[in-house]
Design a protein around this ligand. Structure first.
Ligand SMILES: Nc1ncnc2c1ncn2[C@@H]1O[C@H](COP(=O)(O)OP(=O)(O)OP(=O)(O)O)[C@@H](O)[C@H]1O
Ligand SMILES: [Mg+2]
Length: 254
């Protein structure tokens, strides 16, 4: 049994079908890459995994850790160990980075039946994670994502991953808009936490992050379905040949 199991998932937004029978399994210890042309439904899949309220699951199911979570609210999924780094992280006015992280960490601890983290331990963990992600200390007292540069927001997402220690992380274009050093920082952050206790689904358009965070499996999405699967070699093929040949294969099979 995989930790995340998605079967025949059909998802609509505003009555428009976006995911059209998608199957995917991700287990702890595995790194999966999800690629595919713009608009093929990658972010919608990520949002559906997290339970975004604007999406309607019209068929199929999502299971996590053996439990069906298809209709669970997002906060319960997060507490159960699902984490998502957004393609477009939102600002949270009035909530500082430190406060946000502490709330999130404590919500996770509560779900596991643990006591609130001691302030001293929280500071220590936060400082270590900020150092790892190359985020200056003064960011603790800034409002989350407000006025952050694109790269700072992406590094902040991995900082949250580091603090929350989820079982499954969905990273939606965590590499987009990063300069070369920030890309390396983000990749190092992800690699540090990759391991037997974490499954990773990394959504990306480019092979450059996949040279740093090596996927075990590569999936290609097209028009709301996964139409091709392979190993890392598939990334090179896509980079060389684009998506036209996949479109042709899909159309020929239809
Ligand atoms: N809430 C929504 N309401 C209406 N349409 C939506 C909604 N969310 C997504 N869509 C549509 O679903 C399709 C898939 O969008 P999605 O963002 O999942 O694509 P993507 O594969 O992540 O693309 P990209 O590579 O550009 O990030 C698009 O046509 C998009 O306009
Ligand atoms: Mg997207």
């Amino acid at each position: 049994m995989s930790d995340l199991e998605i079967r025949n998932l059909h998802v609509s937004a505003e009555d428009k079908a976006i995911l059209k029978g998608l199957d995917l399994e991700v287990s702890k210890g595995e790194i999966h890459a999800l690629m595919g042309p713009n608009g093929s439904g990658k972010s919608t899949l990520a949002n559906a995994i997290m339970g975004h309220p604007s999406l309607e699951v019209t068929d199929g199911e999502i299971r996590f850790g053996g439990e069906e979570i298809t209709e669970e609210p997002p906060e319960d999924r997060a507490r159960a160990g699902l984490f998502m780094a957004f393609q477009y992280p939102v600002a949270i006015p009035g909530v500082t980075v430190a406060k946000y992280l502490r709330m999130a960490v404590n919500a996770h601890r509560e779900a596991r039946g643990e006591l609130e983290i001691k302030l001293k331990d929280f500071r220590k963990d936060a400082e270590a994670a900020m150092e790892l992600m190359n985020i200056p200390r003064e960011f603790s007292s800034r409002y989350l994502n407000e006025g952050f540069s694109g790269g700072e927001k992406k590094r902040m997402e991995i900082l949250q991953l580091a603090m929350l220690r989820p079982e499954l992380a969905v990273l939606d274009e965590t590499d987009s808009g990063l300069d070369i050093d920030a890309l390396r920082t983000v990749a190092e952050g992800v690699n540090k936490f990759a391991g037997p206790d974490l499954g990773i689904l990394i959504i990306t358009h480019y092979q450059r992050i996949l040279h740093l965070v090596k996927p075990d499996f590569v999936h290609v999405m097209f028009d709301g379905r996964i139409v091709k699967e392979g190993g890392p070699e598939l990334v090179e093929t896509l980079e060389e040949r684009g998506y036209g040949w996949i479109r042709e294969e899909v159309e020929a099979a239809a």
